[in-house]
Design a protein around this ligand. Structure first.
Ligand code: BDR
Ligand code: CA
Length: 287
């Protein structure tokens, strides 16, 4: 089974992706690491613990990530208008009984990469601060990590924060550029892909009929995510950003890929823009 660490800012589509991972026999989830993005990091940690409790998987460790960007900015863009102020559809779930491990997200990633050299895939579903910290913590991290699969960027399409930037890259562009240039095997899934993968209103109705605790849970939290998509994009459904990215870990052949190099704009009005060059074939694969 493929060993994965999911770096996440849960988040409704993060919850979907985590559940896909837990339900995929192809994957062994080594741990969840948390980041700011849809919510602040402390709440992301609480949500990660809660999601594992909700489906009886408290055997999986959670390591809390950075509360600030790699350049230590604490003013963050938090997407509560998409996912609710609790990040999970304003359901007021109880405080989880479990606690995160006594180790930072970056330290956990480095530890697992050392334990299983070349075998660990990090699936990054939020801003890339923790991965950039892992690169800084261990200069050989990029050689020891098997693959990094990123939900991030918008390749030849507009961003979703502004015309230039996609939310996860916008959350910490400096960290994203460190990760994209670290030399690891990277597979990036951008909005050009995820805007083609929609859970429609009709799919939602089918999900509501499913006799599964995972489906029941998701149906409870996803109303606000549907409302947001109706208002912001005028579509009858929701984009499956994070689950599509997770699927790239489960079955990469479901997507097509273009090889190239990605750099991230870190200043100015296009801060967070992902620039893709398919004439270079060195460090980045983008699909
Ligand atoms: C990404 O931003 C977050 O809101 C989602 O969870 C997803 O990871 C989409 O741009
Ligand atoms: Ca996310």
């Amino acid at each position: 089974r493929k060993k994965v660490i999911i770096d996440t800012d849960p988040g409704i589509d993060d919850a979907m992706a985590i559940f896909v991972a837990l339900r995929s026999p192809e994957l062994e989830v080594l741990g969840l690491t948390t980041t700011f993005g849809n919510v602040h990091t402390a709440l992301a940690t609480r949500n990660a613990l809660h999601l594992l409790e909700a489906v009886g998987r408290t055997d999986i460790p959670v390591a809390e990530g950075s509360h600030v960007t790699i350049r230590k900015a604490s003013k963050l863009r938090i997407a509560s208008f998409v996912h609710g102020s609790d990040g999970l559809g304003n359901q007021n779930f109880p405080q989880p009984a479990t606690k995160p491990v006594d180790q930072s997200a970056a330290a956990f990633m480095v530890e697992q990469a050392n334990l299983y050299p070349g075998q660990v895939t990090v699936v990054a579903l939020g801003p890339l601060t923790n991965l950039a910290l892992a690169v800084e913590l261990d200069p050989l991290f990029s050689k020891k990590i098997g693959q990094i699969i990123i939900l991030g960027g918008a390749y030849s399409v507009n961003g979703n924060v502004n015309p230039a930037a996609e939310a996860n890259i916008f959350g910490d562009p400096d960290a994203a550029d460190i990760v994209f240039t670290c030399g690891a095997d990277i597979l990036a899934v951008g909005l050009n892909v995820t805007h083609q993968v929609v859970l429609t209103d009709a799919d939602r109705e089918k999900l509501e009929q499913c006799d599964s605790k995972y489906a029941r849970y998701l149906c409870k939290i996803m109303g606000i995510y549907f409302d947001y998509h109706k208002d912001a994009y005028f579509i009858k459904g929701v984009y499956l950003h994070d689950p599509t990215t997770l699927i790239a870990a489960v079955n990469p052949s479901l997507l097509t890929y273009t090889e190239g190099v990605v750099r991230v704009q870190t200043v100015g009005i296009t801060r967070g823009l992902t620039v893709f060059d398919n004439t270079k074939k060195k460090c980045v694969i983008h699909c």
